[in-house]
Ligand binder design. Structure first.
Ligand SMILES: Nc1nc2c(ncn2[C@@H]2O[C@H](COP(=O)(O)OP(=O)(O)OP(=O)(O)O)[C@@H](O)[C@H]2O)c(=O)[nH]1
Ligand SMILES: [Mg+2]
Length: 416
């Protein structure tokens, strides 16, 4: 497909978002990720948005001249537009207009790989499109290509609204089924009693790179926003022998469209059901502090603000020693790493071990020598603090997750 020439537009107004500059820069990266060539950008300012056009009539006219003079295929507005505003702007400018949400949906559509990921994106796209179909009738075929029209939804655009609604209902059902299956997997995990550690963080922070460096497996890493959409979970051994599961998933972004949050809620809830969150931060990014806030807000929205968390500052290879010191001072307990250069990984593994152990119970076990299976379980899921050997039995001081302690009790009772 030929690259599209896009123009980016934003509005500052009283009571509006205060992060316009940061957000517009990000919109530019998103547009490029979606395959656009950014021809220009502009920030208008007004007391408040207008109901009909979002921007002021004079501003729309001013931009019209610029559009006529240039070679622009698509206008992207860095706000969520009402369906009527979008239609009116398209009429005024005679080119396609999409908003931030639609752009992000487009990127998600390209990125979704697994069955569930695709269903979730289609669901988000359709819920976004449905209110926009009002009065459009056969005009829909107009949306036949380019940024903001791609993905699982695109072949479905000929459906009339009734069939779209039926499709949404169908998707909902399928996602529900998948969610149930996932719950079963979660039960499996609980049966296996493995601790789950989730990587969370702003998009492009280096979560997948970290998963890859830690586990030595191939995770999809790319210098693009939303490189990863789907859950991927790997087993990881914390030396010497403790086994845990590490999960990587979709990154967060400011003004994450609520359609997406809703569609991806199942996956995100899975992530935050973890025992421990590793919040990965690109400390070389100019807005790293803003990113932390966005991520903490999304986590709070998902009800995960109380989860144990380790702040992992990544890409430390790109910042000065002085900044390392400042970060350590400002965020006690944080870990500094470079996923790319594999720096600080042992410290991170140690920090994960310590943090997981904070909720463990310390118990005393007297084991016969034929109970090697229980000792092995302790070594895999917890740790031995002290161990002494007698003639007929060994005495162990151990620290374990409460569940494992319960499991061991159960195992011994069954043996009689
Ligand atoms: N210099 C440097 N670059 C890094 C480091 N870690 C990751 N990167 C780069 O940062 C970019 C993003 O890395 P990813 O691992 O894809 O980031 P992510 O957090 O998984 O991003 P999403 O999947 O989009 O949410 C890639 O180009 C990586 O090579 C690091 O420690 N140092
Ligand atoms: Mg990733």
């Amino acid at each position: 497909m030929e690259a599209e020439n896009v123009f980016l537009l934003s509005l500052t107004y009283q009571g509006g978002p205060e992060d316009s500059d940061e957000s517009l820069q990000e919109l530019e990266r998103l547009a490029i990720t979606a395959g656009g060539v950014v021809q220009g950008k502009h920030v208008f300012s007004r007391t408040r948005p207008t109901a009909a056009l979002f921007f002021g009539p004079g501003q729309v006219e001013e931009l019209n001249k610029q559009i006529r003079a240039g070679d622009i295929d698509l206008l992207i507005v860095d706000h969520e537009l009402k369906p009527s505003q979008q239609r009116n702007l398209e009429q005024a400018w005679q080119i396609r207009v999409i908003d931030r949400t639609q752009l992000i949906l487009d990127i998600f559509a390209r990125r979704a790989k697994t069955h569930e990921g695709k269903l979730q994106v289609e669901m988000a796209q359709l819920s976004y499109l449905l209110p926009r179909l009002v009065g459009k009738g056969t005009e829909l075929s107009r949306l036949g290509g380019g940024i903001g029209t791609r993905g699982p939804g695109e072949t479905k655009l000929e459906y009339d609204r009734r069939r779209l609604r039926a499709r949404v209902a169908h998707l909902k059902k399928q996602l529900e089924t998948l969610k149930r299956t996932r719950k079963l997997h979660r039960l499996d995990r609980e049966a296996a009693q493995l601790s789950l550690v989730s990587l969370v963080g702003y998009t492009n922070a280096g979560k997948s790179a970290l998963l890859r460096s830690l586990t030595g497996e191939q995770a999809f890493v790319e210098d693009k926003l939303f490189a990863t959409l789907d859950l991927s979970t790997r087993k990881l051994v914390l030396p010497p022998s403790q086994e845990i599961l590490l999960t990587d998933t979709v990154g967060f972004i400011r003004r994450l469209p609520h359609h997406l949050v809703a569609a991806f809620r199942g996956t995100l809830e899975e992530v935050v059901s973890a025992d421990l969150l590793l919040h990965v931060i690109d400390c070389a990014h100019s807005d790293w502090e803003g990113h932390i806030q966005v991520v903490e807000q999304v986590l709070a929205d998902l009800g995960a603000q109380e989860k144990p968390e380790i702040l992992v500052f990544n890409k430390t290879d790109k910042v000065s020693r002085a900044k390392h010191h400042r970060l350590r001072h400002q965020f006690p307990g944080c870990v500094l790493v470079s996923a790319l250069h594999k720096i600080g990984l042992e410290k991170l593994l140690e920090a994960i071990k310590v943090k997981l152990a904070e909720s463990w119970q310390r118990i005393h076990l007297r084991l016969n020598y034929n109970e090697a299976d229980i000792r092995a379980l302790v070594l895999k899921r917890g740790r031995v603090i002290k161990e002494t050997y007698g003639t007929n039995s060994m005495s162990l001081q151990v620290e374990l997750p409460a569940k494992i302690a319960g499991q061991i009790k159960h195992m011994r009772k069954n043996k009689g």
